[in-house]
Write a protein of this length. Sequence first.
Length: 132
Amino acid sequence: DLDAFGAAAALLGFELVRGQTTHQAYGGRQPCLHALRIKNPTALQNRLGRGEQDYEIGIVAAKDEPGCFNLVYDPGMSVSRRLHELGGVNMQRLRQEYAVQVAMSQLRKAGHRVTRTVNQKTGRPRVVALCR
């Protein structure tokens, strides 16, 4: 569900670029189906000393799981701290938020009124669905 993925990415500070066929990787441009960019790259670029280059993450089809996708990025780069701040270690925050967005979409389709909040103690998202 690319719409849910885009919503999750935006909430965490990424920008989903649909249909982008390559992403910038350590060894040059690599193929992908879509890409994520870090929003507000100026602060990141200043840290990296890269000028106008955005940091990109490729979204590629999983070879062993039809219909599934993998994120391709270089976690060893100096930007890894920023990636962990936004998406969590191994992008767990992004994966969790994606699951929340999928659940919200399915609940809305079933006719429920849905709200999303964040637990202030844990920082975890919470979904509340009300029957109509």
